[in-house]
Write a protein that binds this ligand. Structure first.
Ligand SMILES: [Zn+2]
Length: 74
């Protein structure tokens, strides 16, 4: 199970030059404190920019094109 971490921020990386370093920390769901950190399916995924270090949640179609983050790396 991934270790999360800091709350997702309300803003996303918008630098297209960083996009090649984006990956998906939690795909189509979340681990919320509200449910004891169990996985909850969702339309939203948690995406990370490995250049800025920001995390954000999105249901953008581009998530399907991003790689998954290495297991345990988050
Ligand atoms: Zn970035």
């Amino acid at each position: 199970m991934p270790r999360i971490y800091e709350p997702p921020r309300k803003y996303a990386c918008t630098d297209k030059a960083h996009k090649t370093t984006w990956d998906v920390v939690v795909r189509y769901g979340n681990y919320s404190a509200f449910n004891g950190y169990r996985f909850t399916p969702s339309d939203y995924s948690l995406v990370r920019c490995n250049t800025c270090g920001v995390h954000w949640r999105t249901r953008g179609a581009y998530v399907a094109e991003l790689p998954d983050a290495p297991r345990g790396d988050a």
